[in-house]
Design a protein around this ligand. Structure first.
Ligand SMILES: [Zn+2]
Length: 433
């Protein structure tokens, strides 16, 4: 066993280094080179895979080990990365250097590390003659970072059967927190909906030298900005909030007391809990007069708004209007993206929970509704897939890891990479064994 574990660690390290040496910055992506590298890697164990592409240079890779009538499980990951400016880095962002137990390169954490771990877990199971009770699927997609229609959103539409799965392990969680209670690992079981809106505050223009003749929309807007900042929405213990609080505090207090209880333990915990209890609002952009001496007739405020899973803008609007009160403004929703969730009482949750117990005895697994968007949304929407974001970050400090994502000097600890391989193998054996 020890020999095999050593082999998997080395195998994942080398595969990740090779992946990092390919420039798959999106745009333009050029993910086909990564898909071809993975296809060649899988071929060593006689595994055939399909490259499915809308345009030749942006291939998605799908490999499937057919199973029986049992549920199917996918290891989901993406090969594209955000850009990297070499001038900001201490090492070449495409070096794949291994230094002091860490592998450097753009995408090491987001998410070529999980790509490599997924491929190694998949291939090693095949090598051992693992016969899954349902299909085991390796789903490595392009174009997650931009979402221009070449990756999973396209795949589930154009090649629906290729991506179909009942369960999926994706990115979006795995961070380790220790905030006064027992250590917890986060698991992204849901996503909040991104639903920004524009507030157009209306006034009357005039010359700035005689403010009395005009009705300054910018000045009027200040009242609404203050109201948005003071907005205190009704709080609710959605399943993710309940599960998170139970994991961290040992019990779930009433929704209205949850933030105070979390703050007692650690103020950072309160900030984490707040977005789980209700929608959040953050005014982020403002535009008024284009000239210093002209009083604006219109002031536009853009508000970043995140809704709990399954809440809609139509549900939220009356709450927001009540907070703003009557007035000269128009409210316009700009988009509504994401906002899906997966059930928590499933074999996938149990498998991840038992993995965490193995990784660090006494640690808990805590569900979280991710504030950002991941590809899990497309699987949930298309097939009702139970999709969880999880990749263990134990060796590297969570705060350090979080700062490296989409930033300079991105790197992953080899220990975490190896733990990821074991996590995926554990999940496959638990669900399909
Ligand atoms: Zn990512």
């Amino acid at each position: 066993m020890a020999v095999q574990e050593q082999t998997l660690r080395l195998e994942a390290t080398e595969l990740l280094q090779d992946l990092l040496r390919l420039d798959t910055v999106n745009p333009p992506g050029n993910e086909t080179q990564a898909a071809e590298l993975l296809a060649r890697y899988l071929e060593r164990d006689g595994i055939s895979s399909g490259l499915i592409a809308r345009v030749p240079e942006r291939a998605n890779l799908v490999a499937r080990i057919p199973g029986g009538d049992g549920p199917s499980l996918a290891f989901l990951s993406h090969t594209d990365t955000v850009l990297a400016d070499p001038a900001e880095w201490e090492r070449d962002p495409w070096s794949g250097d291994l230094v002091d137990g860490e592998i450097w390169g753009r995408g090491a954490l987001d998410m070529k590390g999980q790509v490599a771990a997924s491929a190694v877990a998949f291939a090693s199971l095949v090598r051992e003659g693992f016969t899954p009770a349902g299909d085991l699927v390796l789903l490595v997609v392009a174009d997650e970072e931009v979402g221009a229609g070449f990756g999973l959103s396209w795949l589930v539409e154009a090649h629906s059967d290729a991506a179909r799965c009942d369960y999926a392990v994706n990115e979006g969680g795995g961070e380790r927190l220790e905030l006064g209670g027992r250590p917890v690992y986060l698991c992204a079981t849901a996503e909040k909906m991104s639903a920004p809106f524009r507030l157009r505050v209306l006034g009357r223009s005039g010359h700035a030298s005689m403010p009395g003749i005009a009705d300054n929309a910018l000045v009027k807007a200040s009242r609404y900005i203050s109201a948005l900042a003071a907005f205190d929405p009704p709080k609710e213990l959605i399943p993710e909030a309940r599960g998170f609080l139970e994991a961290v505090l040992g019990e779930a207090p009433p929704a209205d007391e949850a933030i105070a209880r979390a703050n007692e333990l650690n103020p950072l915990l309160g900030a984490l809990v707040e977005p789980l209890l209700a929608l959040t609002l953050a005014p982020t952009m403002i535009e008024a007069s284009g000239k210093r001496n002209v009083i604006p007739a219109v002031c536009e405020i853009i508000v970043d708004c995140r809704l709990p899973p399954e809440q809609t803008p139509a549900d939220a609007e009356p709450l927001i209007r009540a907070a703003l009160g009557e007035g000269d403004y128009e409210l316009e929703w700009l988009e509504a993206v994401g906002g899906t969730r997966s059930a928590l009482d499933t074999p996938l949750w149990d498998a991840l929970e038992s993995f965490v117990e193995e990784l660090e005895p006494g640690a808990a697994l805590a569900p979280i509704a991710c504030p950002g968007f991941t590809d899990s949304h497309f699987l949930r929407e298309a097939y009702g897939t139970v999709a969880h974001g999880f990749f263990p970050v134990k060796e590297m400090d969570t705060e350090v890891a979080t700062k490296l994502i989409h930033s300079a000097n991105e790197r992953i600890a080899v220990d975490d990479l190896e733990a990821g391989v074991h996590m995926l193998r554990h999940v496959a054996r638990s669900l399909l064994g």
